[in-house]
Design a protein around this ligand. Sequence first.
Ligand SMILES: NC(=O)c1ccc[n+]([C@@H]2O[C@H](COP(=O)([O-])OP(=O)(O)OC[C@H]3O[C@@H](n4cnc5c(N)ncnc54)[C@H](O)[C@@H]3O)[C@@H](O)[C@H]2O)c1
Length: 253
Amino acid sequence: MRLKDKVAIITGAGAGMGRVTAVLFSEEGARTVVVDIDEKAGQETVDMIRAKGQEALFISTDIADVSQVSSMVRKVTEEYGRLDILVNNAGVYARGDVVSIDEKLWDRIMNVNLRGAFLCCKYSISEMIRNGGGTIVNVASECGIGAWKNQVVYNVSKAGLIFLTKSIAVDFASKNVRANCVCPGTTETPLAAAYFAKQPDPEKARRDFEEIRPANRLGRPEETAYGILYLASDESPYATGAVLSIDGGYTAQ
Ligand SMILES: NC(=O)c1ccc[n+]([C@@H]2O[C@H](COP(=O)([O-])OP(=O)(O)OC[C@H]3O[C@@H](n4cnc5c(N)ncnc54)[C@H](O)[C@@H]3O)[C@@H](O)[C@H]2O)c1
């Protein structure tokens, strides 16, 4: 029960790493708030958690929309009276280099991956401070550390998320609000599956992604979820501004 009675918001918890993290947090005693733009998927995560007798609440939210984010945070504090943990996990992906990418697509990816996380932090931090502090874990990427080819906006959004993390860490340490991030490598989730499915030879594309890293395999969602759990929990009180790579050794090369 590493998160006993903590109130935790997890964005993008309708699928992939967010869902696995929500289930893990609930098993560890958190009152988990599942946030997703996809109502069916978000409700499914809540149903999975409740089926095990644990507590969860779904709040349908597009994190790119400021009024939806502020109303989501308000609902959480009305329901539970406090907010301890925010996991900014929701993210979207797009291909393209600086010349080929459409401006609208650039804005959409930045609005979710970076501005969405900024909005969730902006409205959550004052609630955390009101209650004596809290912790934020941002889900960035190995692509925020080194640039991957032909995905400029994704790379930039994740690099920005790493610096959003560091900026919050230095601005709010004195208020007992910590901010850290995890940088997963390619992980077995619907997002990765959708990417492979679009390639001319999906099996080869997958092998290519495995072979570029020392571990010679893709990550599993729970491997990232345990990193998020550590940074979100009271086991890491001195960790703030940290960037935790969980990528099978890719960025160590
Ligand atoms: N899967 C990977 O290989 C990988 C690697 C590194 C980093 N990441 C990052 O990890 C995070 C989770 O990735 P995943 O692979 O589990 O993704 P996923 O696509 O499987 O799930 C993402 C979830 O976010 C939700 N979402 C999307 N836009 C939203 C919005 N505007 N508001 C609220 N919810 C929204 C989706 O509905 C979905 O349920 C993302 O930030 C992603 O960029 C993924």
